[in-house]
Design a protein around this ligand. Structure first.
Ligand code: ATP
Length: 586
């Protein structure tokens, strides 16, 4: 024996109000939507038929109810039974059950949202010359149907008898605001207590109109407006470029209308993630809503729209570079982070960054392209600390270096050969610098041997080699230089000592026996203080001075301090203080 499901309407309404819809306010949207669909359906067979929708709030009805009238197609008695009283049944699907593109509704649940604010829904409807049908649905799931006095005009009137705790939702100001919010762009005139709330569409407006729309509705004056069009989804609209930096991690929401009815003020998923510098306002006929009608349904069409809108934004950027480089600079000042993120995967964006985004270099700020043209190899430091430490020294040695330490810069520099295989990129290895420094003449070198031997003894236990070279700037007494490969090998060895055998075996495969060059403390023979230290002839004092030069060079280069380094810094400082402050306490 087969049975039919029973539906507990209260349970369904509870589900809708607490889990599907964000707020009861959507009931106005659902009422308008049904009225619009009914007019659209009537126009299919009667193109010149009147097309209006009007709300009457309790202020006009006088009995506490809210009424909405439409001049739509209306329903016959059979349809009333079939459509109004069956949850999930919609008259807006084709024979195969697919929602029809010309209608807003598709799920067959919208009218139920009225139960969030009403105890009773009354529908009076006339389809063509069929008898006028009177249907009343109650929140407890019962309904009544009867035919009665003929309605003067074809169409439908829906009357809501408010729930005691929901009368606020039916008040004139609320209804007007909500009708305007959701329906201001609807193609048919909508009135609330006589006041027209539909307005001329911003779609296809002039640039000043579009700018004014952003100011009024989104609350900012955009940097620029980009017109958008995706015929495949019947999408038209604009992207507003934000005038201030946006957080790339925050998901950006867009104002989306579906068939001119507002879907959401913060819909996600319309643009690719990288396009966080833009906010869209669009209307689409082809995109689908989720059942709550508060978000876009993420299907393959939305994916294709996302891609095409991404292309349109990218196209705008590239053309801005050609048309108005000055403005592009301004744009990059605001949104460089987003553009750089994009350039990590996108060659065209990389070209844009290459040509226009000025990077910090030790020869002044300039884009990578200019840097290449002037200096050939794109040499860079991968961290800000490394750059700060080496920029002046490298400049004095005629070596141009880019600071690749800011977010994404080093990765972008490394990606440059993807644009042109002939581009040479080189990460500056600090130890390469020593080869650029001047060596001392043999006589000086010989004379300094005893000093260097003493200096070396004091730094031996720290695994540091001491050398003396001549370099600029003269004011810099010492430089701590680490060979990157050597650092890696040292860290590898240290890690091997603390991990278990299996891991140690794996790490051993990366070890290179020959690479054990130690970090260097390069003392600057041009620096007067270094010369005075070298001339001290007092082993203990030389030890203290070299240790403190070592410590200072470490700090200057923002190198990590090991416990032994901190202890040495402490000791050398106190030791030097002892020498500087002679005498005994009596
Ligand atoms: N004002 C109206 N005029 C004519 N028919 C209506 C009207 N309001 C509702 N209907 C009929 O009742 C059906 C159910 O309406 P309901 O709002 O519950 O669902 P829907 O509009 O089909 O889909 P959705 O849940 O997506 O809004 C509609 O499909 C439509 O056939």
């Amino acid at each position: 024996m087969s049975h039919t499901f029973q539906v507990d309407l209260r349970g369904i309404v509870d589900l809708l109000s607490h889990h599907l819809y964000g707020s009861p306010r959507v009931y106005i949207r659902e009422l308008m939507q049904n009225a619009v669909d009914a007019i659209t359906a009537r126009h299919e067979v009667e193109p010149g038929a009147p097309a209006s929708i009007w709300f009457e709030t309790p202020q006009v009805t006088g009995d506490g109810t809210l009424r909405v009238h439409d001049t739509g197609v209306g329903l016959t008695e059979a349809q009333v039974h079939e459509l109004l009283a069956t949850i999930g049944r919609s008259g807006k699907r084709d024979e195969l059950g697919f929602s029809r593109a010309e209608f807003l509704g598709q799920f067959g649940i919208g009218l139920l949202s009225c139960f969030m604010v009403a105890d009773e829904i009354r529908v009076q409807t006339r389809n063509g010359d069929h008898p006028t049908v009177y249907w009343t649905g109650f929140a407890d799931g019962k309904y009544e149907v009867k035919t009665g006095e003929t309605r003067a005009e074809r169409g439908t009137t829906v009357t809501l008898v408010p729930r005691r705790d929901a009368t606020d939702w039916l008040q004139p100001a609320r209804v007007t605001d909500l009708a305007r919010l959701f329906g201001s762009l609807l193609p048919f005139g909508v009135r609330v207590d006589g006041e027209l709330i539909t307005e001329k569409s911003w779609l296809g407006g002039t640039r000043p109109e579009l700018m004014a729309f952003a100011e009024q509705t989104l609350g900012f004056t955009p940097f620029d407006v980009i017109e958008l069009r995706v015929p495949e989804a019947g999408l038209t609209g604009v992207a507003y470029v934000l005038p201030i930096p946006a957080n790339p991690a925050a998901r950006s929401g867009h104002r989306v209308y579906l068939k001119r009815m507002l879907l959401a003020e913060g819909a996600e998923g319309l643009l690719p993630e990288w396009a966080f510098f833009a906010r869209c306002v669009v209307d689409a006929t082809g995109l689908r809503p989720t059942a709550s009608r508060e978000a876009l349904y993420d299907d393959s069409l939305l994916e294709s729209v996302r891609e095409q809108l991404g292309d349109q934004l990218r196209g705008w950027l590239v053309s801005l570079a050609k048309r108005d480089p000055h403005r592009l600079h301004h744009f990059l000042d605001i949104h460089n982070l987003g553009v750089k993120t994009l350039a990590l995967h996108d060659d065209e964006m990389l070209r844009l960054v290459d040509e226009w985004w000025p990077l910090e270099t030790n020869m002044g700020r300039m884009p990578m392209k200019d840097f290449r043209e002037r200096f050939g190899v794109v040499r860079y430091c991968a961290t800000i600390d490394e750059f700060r430490q080496l920029a002046a020294v490298a400049a004095a040695a005629d070596l141009a270096v880019i600071n690749g330490g800011y977010i994404h810069d080093a990765d972008l520099i490394e990606r440059l050969p993807a644009l042109d295989a002939s581009i040479l990129v080189d990460r500056l290895d600090p130890s390469d610098l020593t080869t650029r420094f001047d060596t001392l003449d043999p006589a000086t070198e010989l004379a300094l041997r005893p000093f260097l031997a003493t200096a070396q003894r004091s730094l031996d236990r720290l695994g540091c080699e001491v050398v003396m070279r001549s370099f600029d700037p003269i004011g810099l007494p010492a430089l701590f230089l680490v060979d990157r490969e050597a650092t890696f090998q040292r860290q590898l060895r240290e890690t091997r000592e603390v991990v278990d055998d299996a891991w140690a075996g794996i790490l051993a495969a990366f070890e290179k026996a020959e690479a054990d060059s130690r970090p260097q403390l390069v003392l600057n023979h041009r620096n007067p203080l270094v010369r005075r230290v070298a001339a001290l002839g007092h082993d203990q004092l030389i030890g203290l001075a070299v240790e403190s030069l070592y410590g200072q060079a470490l700090l200057l280069g923002h190198h990590p301090l090991r416990p032994a380094d901190s202890a040495l810094l402490n000791r050398s400082f106190l030791g030097l203080l002892e020498h500087a402050v002679p005498g005994e306490i009596s």
